[in-house]
Ligand binder design. Structure first.
Ligand code: UTP
Ligand code: MN
Length: 505
């Protein structure tokens, strides 16, 4: 038999870990899994064949054994033989699954890593205790600092997908539970490698724990994989991807046999104005907005605002204020340092934009917030009542794009997706706030949605206060607490200030 060391040398450099023999690269579908097939007793040619098969199915199969490997696959080896081989590798860190080739072939058949059962196991290797120190985080997302540097994207993506599935099925409570669980994992200082690290963490229910456990064990959750593959989930996503279409409408359409955009177009369904615009600009609206595009729109909005109300201020809010590099829309908050000045601003602003051909769609709702009769102590929903314009911008694109270009460019290149088109449709939310409510509006519109929800939960449950995007009301004292900055609101709530970049819960 060729000594182990020499056999390792033979393979060194022969293949890049993510490049298959044919030179094609397949993206790794299961990034938490790194597989290694033991050649011993399997034989070189069968090993090469099985490795290639795995890569084609989206698995990372390494040719060299390293610290990165999470699963060792063996054929016809006894536990003792594998243990001796492993000792020779001098690997001591982390959790390692030693599995029979049957687990591998079953996973190939399913197209995802199947759950590891007892029959698959050669032997479990004890984990290094230093690797599994338990994490600890406070209960409310607004007590935590959540940057965009998420150490557990595979786990949080899985839980977010299940949240989305619940929300699409009208199960909002379940959706929030998954969002809270995902938010806890986003706040952890490093990647989870073992279930024992999660002991005592808040917001992780049995269902979320099961999903995490499956992923740590096999690299995937069967529930997540089957959701992704489910026709109903895909149909609901496509239909609710239309601006102006919610889950109830999408559900009704599916029951009527409308499951995709073409069927909707052919169906003769009556669509409202926003849905018509949403369908027309579907591809653009579902393509993420970049920071550069958000900045270009900010310049336009700033110019418009300065022209219709000198001295007014425009702030980019939403995900972009939290430092995100892409978003599904662009959110702005507009105010003026003098109370009362913003009255009538929105119609002028919309008129300015419309006259330059910069709006493909807009719907303005008037300010309906009156503190005296409709105080923030009462709002049952978090829908705010600022003067607000939901719009679709026609953003000029290309090198020498000018404001005029979008409006003047007509003819064949007008259509979405037409070659040579020099604009794209972008969802933009414009909100106008009086200066007296500005700090609350800024806090409320910066997000994330879960961070906001948790702020309101904290205010209500821990402080006996009601927080909205308009004001903060102290139920015990029976009065509003004024604030002219976000810092003051955090202070009223007895919370440490969390800057926008750390509100990415
Ligand atoms: P968004 O839905 O735009 O989320 O709401 P986002 O964080 O910017 O994410 P992407 O990148 O666009 O997907 C931004 C903030 O505005 C608040 C939300 O609670 C969120 O905090 N908001 C949104 C409201 O207060 N009211 C609304 O009607 C809509
Ligand atoms: Mn947004």
């Amino acid at each position: 038999m060729v000594p182990l060391k020499r056999r390792k040398m033979v393979h060194a450099g022969s293949l890049n870990t993510e490049t298959n023999v044919c030179g094609g690269t397949e993206p790794t579908k299961f990034p938490q899994l790194v597989l290694f097939l033991l050649e011993r007793k399997m034989g070189a040619s069968r090993r090469a064949f099985l490795s290639q098969l795995g890569r084609r199915k989206g698995f990372q199969v390494d040719d060299l054994f390293s610290e990165n490997v999470t699963h060792v696959i063996c054929e016809n080896n006894s536990g003792e033989e594998v243990r001796m081989w492993l000792e020779a590798q001098q690997r001591r860190q982390g959790e390692l699954h030693l599995l029979d080739v049957s687990w591998y072939t079953e996973s190939m058949r399913h197209g995802f890593p199947v759950e590891i059962h007892h029959r698959h196991k050669i032997q479990d290797v004890a984990v290094n205790a230093a690797d599994v120190a338990p994490f600890s985080v406070p209960s409310y997302a607004c007590q935590r600092r959540t940057t965009l540097g998420n150490h557990n994207p595979v786990l949080t993506d899985a839980l977010s997908l299940l949240a989305e599935k619940a929300e699409l099925s009208g199960e909002d409570g379940r959706g929030v539970a998954f969002r809270r669980a995902a938010a806890v994992l986003k706040a952890l200082p490093s990647a989870v490698s073992n279930m024992s690290q999660l002991t005592g963490l808040p917001c992780l229910g049995d269902h979320s724990l099961k999903v995490i456990k499956d992923i740590l064990k096999t690299g995937a959750s069967s529930e997540v994989e089957s959701t992704k593959a489910s026709e109903r989930f895909k149909e609901l996503k496509v239909l609710t991807g239309i601006f102006g279409v919610g889950t109830k409408t999408a559900d009704r359409w599916i029951r009527e046999g409308i499951t995709n955009l073409q069927q909707l177009r052919d169906s003769g369904q009556t669509l409202n104005r926003s849905q018509q615009a949403g369908l027309q600009h579907y591809d653009d609206i579902n393509q993420p907005v970049s920071k550069a595009e958000a900045d270009a729109i900010r310049e336009i909005v700033e110019r418009a605002v300065a022209s219709v109300l000198p001295g007014a201020q425009t702030v980019l809010t939403g995900g972009f204020r939290r430092g995100k590099l892409t978003g599904h829309d662009v959110d702005f908050l507009i105010t003026h340092p003098e109370e009362g000045c913003v009255v009538g601003l929105m119609p002028k602003l919309v008129c300015w934009l419309e006259s330059r051909g910069l709006l493909l769609y807009q719907k303005t709702t008037r300010n309906s917030y009156l503190e005296s009769e409709d105080g923030p102590g009462r709002p049952a929903s978090n829908i705010d009542r600022f003067e607000r314009c939901l719009s679709i911008f026609k953003l000029p694109t290309g090198g020498n794009a000018d404001l005029q270009e979008a409006g003047e460019d007509s003819g064949p290149s007008e259509k979405d997706g037409a070659p040579g088109r020099r604009w794209r449709a972008v969802r933009v939310d414009l909100v106008v706030s009086p200066i007296s409510q500005f700090a609350f509006a800024l806090l409320g519109w910066t997000g994330s949605k879960l961070f906001e929800r948790e702020l309101r939960r904290w205010a209500g449950h821990e402080r006996g206060m009601s927080l909205s995007s308009h004001a903060l009301y102290d139920n015990k004292q029976g009065k509003y607490l004024r604030a002219s900055s976000e810092e003051e609101i955090f202070a009223h709530l007895g919370l440490e200030y969390v800057p926008p970049s750390e509100r990415n819960a």
